[in-house]
Ligand binder design. Structure first.
Ligand code: ASP
Length: 332
């Protein structure tokens, strides 16, 4: 029988109604009690590591989770983490970089309806998570609504629908059918060979800016004054910013020259950004920004925090973005 560690962190799956609204209140023992069949088929140890709505899960929690996982990993066949869905994609992406050369499954799951409530999707999602461990997927993945998704390709796309997560610009790793898990791409999360290593340093001085037509260039002066070391820009279409009347590129050039790492991606959810296609993108490349290619915003923000946690040298940050660690990017 496979040995699994179940870590609980809160989220809707572990929530109950309170006077303040839905709030996490169920512990790992309560969750385990709801899963008698899984308990018959796996050796399951469990631990509550925190009990938060995932809006309150921040880089410090990612680091703590990574520490707990790294310490427990040698003793288990896989680790399953229950987590709120709202920021699960950020957590999954961050863990993908912090847990380098991961050779076992680390599976995040959660639910749109609390596990104690009628019509909950929690049991099904947990079963998919256990199935992902059972088939021996490697890397950090999200198991949800019958799908197994590479963690750093996942995005929450629905607030209420049970199909809350999609795999962006990458196929699902697996899908669960009545005859079992159909594996599409088992090892796309783990691309680099070598021994497992915890690299948990992160820099939280990272800002995400979604452009609107008419964004005031002075915003970048403020970001510089606030000492941000990394900025992610969600630009238009294939990756453009305006330079007529309100010249954003001029400001970005100054920021890059001062040592700030700037990554530009698209506001479009699907398909890649290509800054070389239009003049409005090429001008950005000339400023020295790093192209986000086909990465999700979640994967870029967390990669930038992680890269700036590893090095102070902007050239090395660029090299990190030229490296595919966990299937997060397609490098031409
Ligand atoms: N607000 C909840 C959370 O992210 C939503 C959920 O878990 O589905 O913790």
């Amino acid at each position: 029988m496979k040995k699994i560690l179940l870590l609980t962190t809160g989220g809707t799956i572990a929530s109950r109604w309170t006077e303040q609204g839905l709030s996490p209140g169920i512990n790992c023992q309560d969750i385990l009690q709801m899963l008698p069949v899984l308990q018959e088929n796996f050796i399951i140890n469990s631990k509550d590591i925190f009990n938060l709505d995932s809006s309150n899960v921040q880089p410090e929690e990612w680091q703590y989770m990574a520490e707990v996982i790294a310490e427990a990993l040698p003793r288990y066949d896989g680790i399953i983490i229950t987590h709120g869905t709202d920021t699960m994609a950020y957590t999954a992406s961050a863990l993908s970089y912090m847990l380098q050369n991961l050779n076992k499954p680390v599976v995040l799951t959660g639910a749109q309806i609390p596990i104690e409530q009628m019509f909950t999707d929690a049991e099904m999602n947990l079963q998919v998570a256990f199935a992902a461990v059972n088939i021996g997927i490697s890397g950090v993945v999200i198991a949800f609504d019958g799908k197994i998704i590479n963690g750093c390709r996942s995005v929450k796309v629905r607030t209420l629908g049970f199909d809350a997560f999609e795999s962006i610009s990458a196929p699902y790793m697996g899908e669960v059918y009545a005859d079992g898990v159909h594996i599409k791409s088992k090892n796309t999360c783990v691309l680099r060979k070598g021994t497992f290593k915890l690299k948990k340093e992160l820099c939280t001085d990272v800002f995400l800016l979604k452009l609107i037509p008419g964004t005031n260039p002075e915003i970048f002066d403020w970001l510089q004054q606030m000492k941000y070391r990394g900025i992610v820009i969600e630009a238009f279409g294939a990756g453009g910013t305006h330079f007529e009347r309100r010249n954003l590129t001029e400001k970005l050039k100054k920021l890059v020259e001062s040592g700030v790492s700037i990554v530009v991606c698209s506001q479009c959810l699907y398909e890649k950004s290509d800054l070389s296609l239009y003049e409005v993108g090429r001008r950005l490349l000339e400023c020295g920004v790093i192209p986000g290619r086909d990465m999700t915003t979640e994967a870029i923000v967390t990669k930038l925090m992680w890269a700036l946690g590893q090095t102070e040298n902007p050239l090395e940050v660029r090299q990190i973005f030229d490296t595919n660690y966990a299937g997060e990017v397609t490098l031409e």
